[in-house]
Design a protein around this ligand. Sequence first.
Ligand SMILES: [Zn+2]
Length: 157
Amino acid sequence: MLAANEERFRRIYTECLERPAGDYAELLRRGHVSSQEGVDVEAWRADIRRQARQDRIRVITSRDGARGLAMLNCRIADDRAMDAMRGALDRVVVLGELRERSRLFGHELGSWFGHHDELISTCERCGARLYTRLGSERIEDGEALNQLCAGDELSDP
Ligand SMILES: [Zn+2]
Protein backbone atom coordinates (compact mmCIF):
# COMPACT_ATOMS: atom_id res chain seq x y z
CA MET A 1 0.00 0.00 0.00
CA LEU A 2 1.29 3.48 -0.84
CA ALA A 3 2.44 5.40 2.19
CA ALA A 4 -0.06 8.20 1.58
CA ASN A 5 -2.93 5.73 1.36
CA GLU A 6 -1.68 3.90 4.42
CA GLU A 7 -1.74 7.17 6.33
CA ARG A 8 -5.34 7.78 5.29
CA PHE A 9 -6.27 4.21 6.14
CA ARG A 10 -4.87 4.58 9.66
CA ARG A 11 -6.58 7.89 10.23
CA ILE A 12 -9.98 6.63 9.17
CA TYR A 13 -9.47 3.44 11.13
CA THR A 14 -8.73 5.28 14.34
CA GLU A 15 -11.15 8.17 13.89
CA CYS A 16 -14.23 6.47 12.66
CA LEU A 17 -16.81 4.68 14.58
CA GLU A 18 -18.15 1.71 12.78
CA ARG A 19 -21.52 2.67 11.44
CA PRO A 20 -23.94 0.80 9.22
CA ALA A 21 -23.54 3.61 6.66
CA GLY A 22 -26.99 2.70 5.50
CA ASP A 23 -28.93 5.25 7.52
CA TYR A 24 -28.10 8.21 5.35
CA ALA A 25 -28.81 6.28 2.15
CA GLU A 26 -32.10 5.21 3.67
CA LEU A 27 -32.93 8.82 4.47
CA LEU A 28 -32.36 9.77 0.83
CA ARG A 29 -34.42 6.87 -0.41
CA ARG A 30 -37.41 7.18 1.91
CA GLY A 31 -37.23 10.80 2.93
CA HIS A 32 -36.94 9.90 6.60
CA VAL A 33 -35.03 7.52 8.83
CA SER A 34 -34.63 6.73 12.51
CA SER A 35 -31.47 5.60 14.25
CA GLN A 36 -30.76 2.06 15.32
CA GLU A 37 -31.11 1.19 18.96
CA GLY A 38 -28.13 1.84 21.15
CA VAL A 39 -26.39 4.45 19.02
CA ASP A 40 -25.22 7.78 20.39
CA VAL A 41 -28.14 9.87 19.16
CA GLU A 42 -26.33 13.20 19.12
CA ALA A 43 -23.39 11.73 17.22
CA TRP A 44 -25.82 10.06 14.82
CA ARG A 45 -27.62 13.36 14.18
CA ALA A 46 -24.34 15.15 13.66
CA ASP A 47 -23.24 12.49 11.20
CA ILE A 48 -26.48 12.70 9.21
CA ARG A 49 -26.21 16.48 9.08
CA ARG A 50 -22.56 16.31 8.05
CA GLN A 51 -23.32 13.99 5.13
CA ALA A 52 -26.27 16.13 4.10
CA ARG A 53 -24.07 19.23 4.14
CA GLN A 54 -21.56 17.52 1.88
CA ASP A 55 -24.35 16.70 -0.54
CA ARG A 56 -25.76 20.20 -0.10
CA ILE A 57 -29.22 19.07 0.86
CA ARG A 58 -31.29 20.19 3.81
CA VAL A 59 -32.37 17.85 6.55
CA ILE A 60 -34.17 18.15 9.84
CA THR A 61 -33.04 15.98 12.72
CA SER A 62 -34.61 15.50 16.10
CA ARG A 63 -34.59 13.21 19.04
CA ASP A 64 -37.31 10.97 20.38
CA GLY A 65 -36.11 9.45 23.61
CA ALA A 66 -33.28 7.06 22.78
CA ARG A 67 -33.83 7.38 19.04
CA GLY A 68 -32.70 9.92 16.53
CA LEU A 69 -34.99 10.95 13.70
CA ALA A 70 -34.06 12.60 10.44
CA MET A 71 -36.09 13.75 7.49
CA LEU A 72 -35.41 15.59 4.28
CA ASN A 73 -36.43 19.20 4.26
CA CYS A 74 -38.72 18.90 1.26
CA ARG A 75 -39.04 22.57 0.57
CA ILE A 76 -35.57 22.39 -0.91
CA ALA A 77 -35.12 21.25 -4.48
CA ASP A 78 -35.69 17.56 -4.95
CA ASP A 79 -33.07 17.55 -7.69
CA ARG A 80 -30.33 17.66 -5.13
CA ALA A 81 -31.81 14.79 -3.19
CA MET A 82 -31.98 12.83 -6.44
CA ASP A 83 -28.35 13.60 -7.25
CA ALA A 84 -27.35 12.65 -3.74
CA MET A 85 -29.34 9.45 -3.98
CA ARG A 86 -27.60 8.58 -7.24
CA GLY A 87 -24.29 9.26 -5.55
CA ALA A 88 -25.21 7.00 -2.65
CA LEU A 89 -26.27 4.25 -5.04
CA ASP A 90 -23.03 4.64 -7.01
CA ARG A 91 -21.14 4.18 -3.78
CA VAL A 92 -23.05 1.00 -3.03
CA VAL A 93 -22.22 -0.33 -6.50
CA VAL A 94 -18.54 0.57 -6.30
CA LEU A 95 -18.16 -0.90 -2.82
CA GLY A 96 -19.90 -4.06 -3.98
CA GLU A 97 -17.43 -4.36 -6.86
CA LEU A 98 -14.47 -3.93 -4.54
CA ARG A 99 -15.89 -6.59 -2.24
CA GLU A 100 -16.23 -8.97 -5.18
CA ARG A 101 -12.69 -8.29 -6.37
CA SER A 102 -11.23 -8.92 -2.92
CA ARG A 103 -13.23 -12.14 -2.84
CA LEU A 104 -11.29 -13.33 -5.89
CA PHE A 105 -8.23 -13.32 -3.64
CA GLY A 106 -10.12 -15.24 -0.97
CA HIS A 107 -10.84 -12.29 1.31
CA GLU A 108 -14.08 -11.63 3.10
CA LEU A 109 -14.34 -7.93 3.82
CA GLY A 110 -16.08 -6.76 6.97
CA SER A 111 -17.94 -3.49 7.36
CA TRP A 112 -16.89 -0.33 5.61
CA PHE A 113 -15.62 2.49 7.75
CA GLY A 114 -15.14 5.97 6.59
CA HIS A 115 -16.27 9.32 5.47
CA HIS A 116 -18.31 10.54 2.55
CA ASP A 117 -16.06 9.35 -0.26
CA GLU A 118 -13.11 7.81 1.54
CA LEU A 119 -13.60 4.34 2.87
CA ILE A 120 -11.68 1.46 4.34
CA SER A 121 -12.36 -2.14 5.15
CA THR A 122 -10.42 -5.17 6.29
CA CYS A 123 -10.67 -8.89 5.64
CA GLU A 124 -12.41 -10.60 8.52
CA ARG A 125 -10.18 -13.62 8.21
CA CYS A 126 -6.68 -12.28 7.64
CA GLY A 127 -6.88 -8.53 8.27
CA ALA A 128 -5.82 -7.55 4.73
CA ARG A 129 -6.59 -3.88 4.21
CA LEU A 130 -8.45 -1.97 1.55
CA TYR A 131 -8.49 1.78 1.11
CA THR A 132 -10.53 3.57 -1.52
CA ARG A 133 -11.28 7.13 -2.43
CA LEU A 134 -14.32 7.47 -4.62
CA GLY A 135 -15.05 10.20 -7.12
CA SER A 136 -13.38 11.38 -10.28
CA GLU A 137 -9.85 10.63 -9.11
CA ARG A 138 -10.50 7.25 -7.69
CA ILE A 139 -7.95 5.45 -5.55
CA GLU A 140 -8.01 1.80 -4.63
CA ASP A 141 -5.20 0.27 -2.64
CA GLY A 142 -4.43 -2.47 -0.20
CA GLU A 143 -3.48 -6.10 0.21
CA ALA A 144 -7.11 -7.15 -0.14
CA LEU A 145 -6.90 -6.31 -3.85
CA ASN A 146 -3.55 -7.85 -4.72
CA GLN A 147 -2.59 -10.58 -2.27
CA LEU A 148 -4.14 -13.93 -1.52
CA CYS A 149 -5.96 -14.25 1.76
CA ALA A 150 -3.59 -15.56 4.40
CA GLY A 151 -6.51 -16.94 6.35
CA ASP A 152 -7.76 -18.98 3.42
CA GLU A 153 -8.31 -22.52 4.56
CA LEU A 154 -8.12 -23.96 1.06
CA SER A 155 -4.76 -25.61 0.44
CA ASP A 156 -3.03 -25.73 -2.91
CA PRO A 157 -4.01 -28.75 -5.01
ZN1 LIG B 1 -8.15 -12.30 3.85
